[in-house]
Design a protein around this ligand. Sequence first.
Ligand SMILES: NC(=O)c1ccc[n+]([C@@H]2O[C@H](COP(=O)([O-])OP(=O)(O)OC[C@H]3O[C@@H](n4cnc5c(N)ncnc54)[C@H](O)[C@@H]3O)[C@@H](O)[C@H]2O)c1
Length: 383
Amino acid sequence: MGRWQSAVADMVSGPRAGAVDPAFWAGKRVFLTGHTGFKGSWMALWLQQMGAQLTGFALAPPTSPALFEVAAVAAGMTSIIGDIRDRETLEAALLSADPEIVIHMAAQPLVRASYDDPVGTYATNVMGTVHLLEAVRKAPSVCATCVVTTDKCYENREWVWGYREDEAMGGHDPYSNSKGCAELVTSAYRRSFFTGDDRCAIGSGRAGNVIGGGDWAADRLIPDILRAVSDGEPVLIRNPLATRPWQHVLEPLSGYLVLCQALWADRAAAAQAWNFGPRDDDAQPVQWIVERMCERWGDGAGWTRDESVQPHEANYLKLDISKARAGLGWQPRWSLSDTLDSIVAWHRAWRSGADMNAYCLDELARFARAGHPLAVQDRSDDH
Ligand SMILES: NC(=O)c1ccc[n+]([C@@H]2O[C@H](COP(=O)([O-])OP(=O)(O)OC[C@H]3O[C@@H](n4cnc5c(N)ncnc54)[C@H](O)[C@@H]3O)[C@@H](O)[C@H]2O)c1
């Protein structure tokens, strides 16, 4: 067992190994970028539920509707609307929040939008990360920082194996490549400025394709499906055989939170990159997802292939999560089937005018009750 494995696994062993610990987060001062987005809104609600003192920094919500508004996320936090490309404003906001923990999620997160605006994508995803880490350098209060990147940061070889954390960064399109660059920036900052016991510990989290209630982004599979079936139209699918590591949004968020806990407890061992993907059998082709979503929706929902010419997107992408399992005790909790059920239920609740703040808090509580991660390990090992 390597240094990181033994040290971090010892730290997280015990009955709550790998789980998010609400007692840890209660009262913590947290600075979250990207809090107006899909993942950021869920993260903000989770941190609020655990009693963190939360400051968010992001542009206005990127979609309309947006989970940020639908679930009244701003009500439980200090929300700052600002641009991470503007170093001084970001730095002033971070220093005045005086955070103990920083979670960096703000990004231009869409492959297709990155073909339309490569310069803006690199400015936000690469220089935005540089600006964030510069601000952290100047903030003595910060003990742990988690930089959120993606499974697409790896050089994609279109092979069937999951990528491991020590494989080469790459990326065919500007989005994927900008996230590979953000990983390299994070690694360089860690080695150049954040070594030594008195410095903030910096880790990065690489998640799979995240799905869940409250995503209205353009050109993403689940929002595209829900828009089409709600309008009684067939879902247009670009690449039915493309395989992705699908996971419920709360899965990688739990990974980022557990990583922050580990960075706090054992900075040297946890300060590195971690994959937070689904179980191996939840990397499924797009067609598998769309068929099951249509079945769940009912009302004659169906799909058809979009034959128009499309920019390049990877066909095969999987993450190896052995390191997070062994080193952080982290495990995925919900199966893909549970996840699709929860998305359809979430969307129906929203359409029926439910209180979506309360609904999201209930979903968070359900996720937390979903059994100890090791129970999931036992089940998956039965296959
Ligand atoms: N959704 C996924 O499938 C997925 C998968 C892996 C990684 N990620 C990563 O997770 C993070 C969040 O993604 P998401 O799906 O919630 O995206 P999103 O588009 O819903 O949210 C992006 C957030 O970043 C903010 N933002 C964008 N540009 C900004 C700028 N210049 N200055 C300040 N804020 C800015 C937006 O306002 C928003 O709050 C991103 O870093 C993304 O790359 C997402």
